[in-house]
Write a protein that binds this ligand. Structure first.
Ligand SMILES: [Fe+2]
Length: 342
């Protein structure tokens, strides 16, 4: 995993405005060095970070200097808490977060390389791999619909999050009102302007606009309907994404559907056989975003918020006649108005 910036972002370096003479012949300086300053905003991914200065661009990089690795102050800290609904009652929600704490004082899962696509030929299981840490989840029960609660998560061993408020969605009722935002293909980008494998600069404007609505109390739920982080095999980028959506997803349910960039890969069981997931095959997605789905690698479900019945299907899994999704769509769980016809 890498993040990069060009020294061109410091114009003083290009013009050699902060310079020092290293070698003089008479009054003439024949060897001069220039200083540059580049700032990175780092997201805690628990593992040490190494800074490398290189020249030659990305096509022919030549390393000039590698610094000693730096360590995060609290690499095991609980981070990136986000909410989803576990059912349609408005009284139960699921909180999920990441930490370096493997102890089972909450439901804890993780994944390793062998859990990804079986043929392991994408970046996810090789140069894109990053230890995902431990993904905790807690079921919050006995809540009242359309109500606000305060919570924190973590443990005495690795620390606690700050207190955060969240709102439960409305209970299912024809007379109720639900306010939701739905979008897909958002992806992520770094707020410090860093380049990564695959960034979507517009994502920052989208999430800032959503945050403004959530903080104003105008949103009961957010639906991100596929193509979530565009990590596409660079596992650490899931945590960059979780950090980016945290202001919203920690306060209202952040409900998701799977997309090609989370699931598709040849010979892996996806309906389409492109390499769009980079070898993830839906495993990081399903681990971080725990929806009330039908089972492992069966990411379809049905949920009601207020007067609206939401059906979440996967275009990336078989949906044809006789498939599991077809059967799901035929047994009434998706509501009266929806049925796969072809
Ligand atoms: Fe997309």
């Amino acid at each position: 995993m890498w993040q990069a910036k060009f020294l061109a972002e410091d114009p003083l370096y290009l013009e050699c405005n902060i310079s020092q003479c290293q070698k003089k012949v008479g009054n003439l300086c024949i060897e001069r060095t220039c200083n540059a300053s580049i700032t990175f905003r780092l997201v805690n991914i628990r593992t040490n970070i190494t800074f490398v200065l290189f020249t030659g661009g990305f096509d022919t990089p030549c390393i000039l200097k590698t610094l000693d690795p730096i360590r995060f102050n609290s690499p095991a800290a609980p981070l990136y808490g986000h909410l989803s609904c576990n059912d349609s009652t408005g009284t139960t929600m699921k909180l999920t977060w990441v930490s370096g704490d493997s102890r089972k004082n909450s439901a804890v899962i993780t994944f390793n390389k062998s859990d990804l696509c079986v043929n392991n030929s994408g970046p996810a299981a090789s140069f894109g791999w990053h230890d995902p840490g431990f993904i905790h989840s807690a079921l919050l029960t006995g809540l009242l619909p359309s109500s606000t609660y305060t919570y924190k998560y973590g443990s005495d061993l690795v620390g606690w999050s700050i207190y955060t408020n969240f709102a439960t969605p409305p209970a299912p009722a024809r007379s109720a009102t639900v306010r939701f935002i739905a979008y897909g293909d958002m992806g992520k980008a770094e707020r410090d302007g860093s380049i990564e494998d695959y960034i979507q600069p517009g994502s920052l404007q989208v999430i800032d606009a959503v945050t403004a609505e959530v903080l104003a109390g105008n949103v009961d739920a957010v639906f991100h309907i596929g193509d979530i982080s565009y990590a596409t095999g660079f596992i650490a980028e899931w945590e960059f994404f979780l950090e980016m959506i945290h202001p919203d997803a920690s306060e209202v349910p952040y409900l998701t559907a799977i997309g090609n960039h989370e699931r598709d890969f040849p010979d892996s069981g996806s309906f389409y056989t492109t390499r769009d997931s980079g070898g993830e095959c839906g495993v990081p997605y399903e681990t971080h975003f725990q929806m009330p789905i039908q089972g492992k690698d069966m990411p379809w479900c049905s949920i009601e918020l207020g007067p609206v019945h939401f059906t979440i299907m996967s275009t990336e899994h078989n949906w044809t006649l006789g498939s599991d999704q077809y059967i799901f769509s035929s047994n009434g769980t998706v509501g009266d108005s929806f049925k796969i016809v072809k």
